[in-house]
Structures are given as structure tokens and as C-alpha cells.
Write a protein that binds this ligand. Structure first.
Ligand code: PNS
Length: 162
């Protein structure tokens, strides 16, 4: 049984993330989408919300589960019996940080492999950060995220009456 972890902030989960999970689910017996509980990034959504949003869209994929983790990724991967971690590479600009992270993780656990996967070309410009910015400024995000994520963004970013 080959298990792979797909870690990330998923703040929020986008169609680009979904594309990658679908690809990984064809290659591995089990894919664990692991939502990082990392407050230093000041996420818009709580871990529970990010986890719920991802789980809702991934429900039809039988060999995919959604979990949350805190602490070192390598420790979590070991606890879950994963042989590899997948990360998405959209463009050369992603490469430097991803390369550093992969090599640091290898230093921490040399048995854990990092596998880079490319999303569908149409998603190479897509990031959670940009989706949040577009939503915040009132732009249309329906092509980039599942419908329930769009709804959650609207609810979260709704201007508060004073
Ligand atoms: O979606 P993101 O924000 O690019 O994901 C980054 C993430 C969560 C994968 C990374 O920050 C991480 O692995 N955090 C866990 C803590 C850890 O292991 N840090 C050392 C990584 S070299």
C-alpha cells in the first residue's frame, strides 16, 4: 500500500489543488491531503474550515482522505506511513523554494521522497493567494474554485456593518 501526502495551506482549496489530487490518486493507493495548522501564515480560513472545504470536493475520490497536521511534515509523514510527499510546480518561480524544502525534508528523513507534479496548463497561474485577492476586491472567482469555496470566500470577505 503506497501512501502519499499532499501537504499545503489550502487557504482555500482551488481547482488547481483538485487537479493535482486527481493525478496523484491515479498513481498512489492512498492520498492524504494534509492541511497545515500553521498560524504564522495568518490564514483567512481556520484549519477546520480549510479541511471541510477540501473534504467536500474530494469526497468522490475513494482513495483520498483529508487530514490536518501541525509540526514537522516529515514526522507527520512517518506517522501516517507515507513513502512520499507531492508538491505542485506551476512555474520556474515555484522551483527555488520547493527545491529548498524538498532537500531540507530529505535531510530530516532520507527515506521520504518529494515528487513534483505539474497541474493542467490552465491552472499554472492559479494560487490561493490570488484567488483571495480577486475575491476580496469583488472579482469573479467561480472559474478557479469549487462552488462551495466561492460561497465561503464571499461569506468570509463580506464587508461588516458597523
Ligand atoms: O501551501 P503551502 O503554504 O505552500 O504549504 C507549505 C507547507 C505547509 C507544505 C510547509 O510550510 C510545511 O511543510 N510546513 C510544515 C512544517 C515543516 O515541516 N517545515 C519544514 C519544511 S522544510
Amino acid at each position: 500500500m503506497r501512501t502519499v501526502i499532499y501537504p499545503g495551506s489550502f487557504d482555500p482549496f482551488t481547482n488547481g489543488h483538485l487537479d493535482l489530487v486527481e493525478r496523484a490518486a491515479k498513481l498512489f493507493d492512498r492520498v492524504i491531503v494534509a492541511v497545515a495548522d500553521n498560524d504564522t501564515k495568518r490564514p483567512l480560513f481556520t484549519v477546520a474550515e480549510r479541511r471541510r472545504m477540501a473534504a467536500r470536493v474530494l469526497k468522490p475520490l475513494a482513495n483520498v482522505e483529508v487530514d490536518a497536521f501541525a509540526g514537522l511534515l516529515v514526522d507527520y509523514a512517518q506517522r501516517r506511513g507515507a513513502c512520499a510527499v507531492i508538491r505542485g510546480l506551476r512555474a520556474v518561480s515555484d522551483f527555488e523554494f520547493e527545491f529548498q524544502m524538498a532537500l531540507m525534508n530529505r535531510k530530516l528523513n532520507q527515506r521520504l521522497e518529494t515528487i513534483f507534479m505539474m497541474p493542467k496548463g490552465a491552472y499554472t497561474f492559479l494560487s490561493s493567494k490570488l484567488v483571495k485577492e480577486v475575491a476580496r476586491l469583488g472579482g469573479e472567482v467561480s472559474p478557479f474554485v469549487p462552488a462551495h469555496v466561492e460561497k465561503a470566500l464571499k461569506a468570509k470577505l463580506k464587508p461588516r456593518r458597523r
